[in-house]
Design a protein around this ligand. Structure first.
Ligand code: AHR
Length: 495
């Protein structure tokens, strides 16, 4: 049986667990908003038209931040259409939909409060610019006494929202984006928009668009150029990436290798520009779209008729997808020193952990489970563990470690998250702690026996303790969470 070892030491800390790593994304796309989170007349809808079944699942998932309203949608969006009594129907050119605007900023903000999540807004830098971004911010965050803030008050919202997180556009490097720009054009516009927005509200945090994915022809150069323009004016640089199996299960199970390299490359690029500009300030990352997405099954929308709430990319996820999503969360935690925000895309129906039927039930997909367990149990401080074990040979990524792992400690509570990426071999894991350890519980999602089944409820896993060691057999293609108590762990707060 292949063996893997790791050592958990509280002095090897990466960063505090940032709750913003457990974000999600709600776009006006397909059935994410309409008949996803919002469906007036549904038996489970509350007085606001919010589906309480979806709200409950959102809370159960432990979602912390929700990005809104897009995505590609935002690059043609007029935010004013979605506030007040008059809601014009518009063509949404990004997804060839009819947007009724029944749901807009104020509905979203009421929903975030019901869901207990932090809002993350995106402004339109595709068809619009500095003025509209400032108007929206004034409407949302300025107390009163001006045209836009008084309009909000007139719309029944007396107190400003104080929205902190703002994205400066979406995927502006992509030729598919409405108002797509070169890196110089976008860098300049983003910088000027950021400066003006900070004059409206100096307390906001701003996200600059990085590449749409690591395969973009401008990848790397785009980040360097936009940062040269906007380094001083922004807080974060965004990354997006989606992964799919494409008939290569062994490679797919190692997708997090690519996520890891992608993050490291962007950190290096950001720090290079920081060094070039001689800045002490570090730019941290916002991985604000990540997930499994069967993009090869999506034929695009170019020839589709305009429609209200079409069924778009409602991918059904498998056990293997759940394992890969669990590994993405491990990877984000391993980079918690530089990745400050992460949003799984999207929350409901669109490549989502939560699915709904119009007028019918809401349910959890396989990928819901590793997210919910990680969000609930990754607490305190992230510890670096460097597993020692077998390597796998993949077509996509070359050599990849079979074991991926990270740990968190919160007082005496330890949570160890691990993925065995081998599609067909179990792995005997030994984890060594600084003192005697007692396992509390362990859950596993094993995909090796049937990777494409569409159920993946976590099952109990047997973990043995022997003094300062924990041992467990990790099944092939599996995600595992081990919770344990180790009384003599240093209190992470004192580290
Ligand atoms: O999440 C679906 C789409 O993927 C988003 O609209 C876009 O930003 C990305 O390309």
């Amino acid at each position: 049986m292949p063996q893997a070892h790791l050592t958990l030491d509280p002095s090897f800390r990466i960063a505090p667990v940032n709750r913003r790593l457990f974000g999600s994304f709600v776009e006006h796309m397909g059935r994410c908003v309409y008949t996803g989170i919002y469906e007036p007349g549904h038996p489970a809808a509350d007085d606001n038209g919010f589906r309480t079944d979806v709200l409950e699942l959102t809370r159960e998932m432990g979602v912390s931040v929700v990005r809104y309203p897009g995505g590609n949608f935002v690059s043609g969006y007029r935010w004013e259409d979605g506030v007040g009594p008059d809601r014009p129907s518009r063509l949404d050119l990004a997804w060839r939909q009819i947007e009724t605007n029944a749901f807009g900023l104020n509905e979203f903000m009421t929903w975030t409060r019901a869901a207990g999540v932090e809002p993350m807004m995106a402004v339109n830098l595709g068809t619009r610019g500095i003025q509209e971004a400032c108007d929206l911010l004034e409407y949302a965050n300025h107390p009163s006494g001006t045209q836009w803030s008084d309009l909000r008050v007139k719309h029944g919202v007396t107190n400003p929202y104080g929205i902190k997180l703002w994205c400066l556009g979406n995927e502006m490097d992509g030729p598919w984006q409405i108002g797509h720009k070169s890196a110089h054009e976008y860098g300049r516009l983003a910088n000027e928009t950021a400066k003006a927005m900070r004059l409206v509200d100096p307390d906001i945090e701003l996200v600059l668009c990085g590449s749409s994915n690591s395969g973009m022809p401008t990848f790397g150069a785009w980040e360097a150029t936009v940062l040269e323009h906007a380094y001083d004016a922004v807080d974060y640089l965004s990354l997006h990436n989606y992964y799919e199996e494409n008939g290569d299960l062994p490679g797919f199970l190692c997708s997090a290798v690519d996520m890891d390299r992608y993050i490291s490359a962007i950190v290096a690029t950001a720090d290079h520009i920081g060094a070039k500009l001689r800045r002490k300030k570090k730019i941290n990352l916002s991985f604000d779209e990540w997930n499994v997405w069967y993009q090869s099954r999506f034929t695009g929308r170019e020839r589709s008729p305009f429609q209200e709430t079409p069924e778009l990319i409602e991918d059904t996820f498998t056990a293997a997808d759940a394992v890969v999503v669990g590994d993405f969360l491990i990877t984000l935690l391993r980079h918690a020193d530089r990745v400050s925000i992460a949003c799984q895309a999207q929350l409901a129906n669109i490549i989502a952990p939560i699915r709904t039927k119009p007028g019918g039930p809401a349910w959890r997909q396989t990928i819901f489970h590793p997210f919910a367990l990680t969000a609930r149990h990754a607490r305190g401080t992230v510890l670096r563990v460097e597993p020692f074990g077998p390597l796998l040979e993949t077509k996509r990524y070359g050599e990849a470690p079979a074991l991926s792992a990270v740990a968190t400690v919160d007082g005496s509570q330890v949570a160890l998250f691990a993925v065995n990426r081998s599609p067909d071999q179990d792995l005997d894991l030994t984890a060594r702690l600084p003192a005697a350890v007692r396992p509390v519980s362990a859950s596993v999602i094993a995909a090796g026996d049937d990777p494409h089944r569409v159920e993946a409820l976590p099952q109990p896993l047997t973990v043995q303790a022997d003094g300062d060691r924990l041992t467990a057999r990790l099944p092939a293609a599996s995600w595992t969470m081990i919770l344990a108590e180790c009384e003599n762990l240093l209190d992470h707060n004192k580290l």
